[in-house]
Write a protein that binds this ligand. Structure first.
Ligand code: GLU
Length: 503
């Protein structure tokens, strides 16, 4: 990292509570967090709640709950050597900087720029601007504000003010020039001010200070040294650098992260893709936060030494911004499920039980049907097959309730296995299977296979379907042991009847 103008590395995540917590926001937060931790710096949180119409408390709560669930926390933003004029109001519980509380401070800086002639009031009416754009379009020009009020005479300004004519405040971008920065992810960047749509509005006619301005004032006050955010902010960055310069603030370093795309090359969004864009969905489906975090960092991060599986702490220990790719991140549910299976397979039994109990309709912790040792054997038996915890009942329902085998395909398999079912029933009636022993049923099945000259899938699949209704699951001996003699006999008989009646 080059010599910084800042005393300490400070990064931040700055979500707007105008929607659900998006996977992309978490991903951005993670890269900011990892970068700060690696450099021994701070990672801060700012709630960008200045848009009063669109900001909702329910979204604030969802965002905060989501970060908490993911175990992503932030540092105290207060600082002994805060820059002059950087009043850090807006702090509330949990070290959150609330942008809306800082409105008066934002306005103070607008007044400063106005008094220095670096910003100006633009009284152009909507009609006037519409006409301007229509003319530009007719001339095949890209519509942009033509900076017409930059040089308004003092007399005109005084006149409009005395008439109470509404105005916006615009930043004077000055003569056309390239705004340059060395992006930590994308390399040398250059955007010309003439491509920014004209002098940008920094305060609306309602008096509301605009996003780009508030961000700069707040990032300055919070002494943010590095800003990693989505590449949809590239043109904002050019405008913000112009604002930093006008205010005389040190410009932080920027890194623009690739956005998350779906496999069909569309930007992952709630509007187009619904709930899969929201963190809450994954929480509700029983994903583990560690898996989601690992998956999200991994979408654009490739560090061979770190490997594929890592915790936030491990990644932070050796985080290398150079390993962040600038090509689009691809949303891949199969990959996420792979991570989740990996993390589930590593869980202690207590966590497996807690998670399964939370997502199961069966009262796993209090059931009379099975002892807790049996529940443990059952859940350990399915642990490696779970993609996510809301699937638990698909894997264990046959331990608790009966099922009917109806699908043709299964009946076909059973038709082949009719003789297997018959032989098993004969063995059970002859007391040839000890259900207290978890391997006895399997041994009995193997001996049936020997007689019938069947093995592998041909032998096991019909028996498995007959007693569990499933084509996969834990060891068949364990299933029979847990279900017990009576239930196994009942199920085998039921299947036998069905086969006799239908085949
Ligand atoms: N509130 C902005 C957003 O949610 C933050 C952008 C930034 O990081 O500066 O996109």
């Amino acid at each position: 990292m080059s010599e910084s103008r800042f005393k300490k590395v400070r990064t931040r995540i700055a979500p707007s509570p105008t929607g659900n917590l998006h996977l992309g926001t978490v991903r951005t937060a993670l890269y900011n967090l990892l970068f700060a931790r690696y450099h021994g710096g701070d990672f801060l949180f700012r709630l960008e709640d200045t848009d009063k119409e669109r900001s909702k408390e329910e979204f604030t709560n969802e965002i905060l709950d989501g970060f908490k669930w993911l175990n992503i926390s932030w540092d105290d933003p207060s600082s002994e050597d805060a820059p002059e004029g950087a009043e850090m109001t807006g702090l509330s519980e949990g070290h959150i900087v609330k942008q809306s509380v800082r409105e008066a401070i934002h306005k103070k800086y607008i007044t400063k720029l106005l008094s220095e002639g670096k910003a100006y009031k633009c009284f152009a009416s909507k009609e006037e601007l519409d006409e301007m754009r229509a003319k530009q379009q007719a001339n095949k020009e890209i519509p942009r504000y033509d900076n017409r009020s930059r040089n308004l005479s003092e007399a005109d300004q005084a006149k409009f003010e005395s008439e109470g004519k509404p105005f916006v405040v615009r930043l004077n971008l000055g003569a056309d020039r390239d705004i340059l920065w060395n992006d930590l992810i994308r390399g040398e960047m250059s955007i010309n001010t003439k491509d920014l749509g004209g002098d940008p509005v920094i305060q609306k006619s309602s008096g509301q200070v605009l996003y780009n301005f508030a961000v700069v004032v707040d990032d300055f006050a919070m002494q943010i040294s590095h800003i990693f955010r989505g590449e949809d902010h590239l043109s904002n960055t050019a405008k913000q650098i112009a604002i930093y310069e006008a205010l005389g603030f040190s410009v932080p370093e920027f890194g623009h992260l690739p956005l998350i795309f779906t496999k069909d090359k569309q930007k992952l969004s709630k509007r187009k893709h619904g709930d899969i864009a929201s963190v809450d969905t994954y929480k509700k489906q029983g994903y583990l936060p560690e898996a989601l975090v690992n998956y999200l960092v991994g979408t654009s991060y490739n560090d061979e030494e770190l490997g594929e599986l890592f915790s936030i702490e491990e990644a932070a220990d050796e985080f290398d911004i150079e390993a962040v790719s600038k090509s689009p991140a691809i949303y891949d549910i199969k990959k996420l499920n792979w991570y989740n299976r990996e993390y589930i397979s590593k869980l202690d039994y207590a966590d497996i039980l807690n998670n399964c109990a939370e997502f199961s309709k069966f009262s796993l912790k209090t059931t009379d049907k099975y002892s807790q040792d049996q529940i443990e054997a059952m859940l350990k038996g399915i642990q490696d097959s779970l993609d996510k915890f809301d699937e638990v009942d698909i894997h264990i329902d046959y331990f608790f309730e009966d099922f009917s085998v109806v699908e043709d395909k299964i009946l076909k398999t059973l038709e082949d296995g009719k003789i297997i079912v018959e032989k098993l029933l004969i063995l059970i009636d002859a007391d040839g299977i000890n259900f207290a022993d978890p391997v006895s049923f399997k041994n009995a099945l193997n001996s049936v296979g020997k007689i019938l000259e069947l093995n592998g899938k041909k032998l096991f699949m019909p028996a498995r379907i007959a007693i569990s209704g499933k084509t996969s699951g834990p060891d068949i001996g364990l299933i029979a042991h847990l279900l017990g003699e009576e239930k196994i006999k009942e199920r085998l008989k039921k299947i036998q009847d069905k086969l006799t009646n239908t085949v």
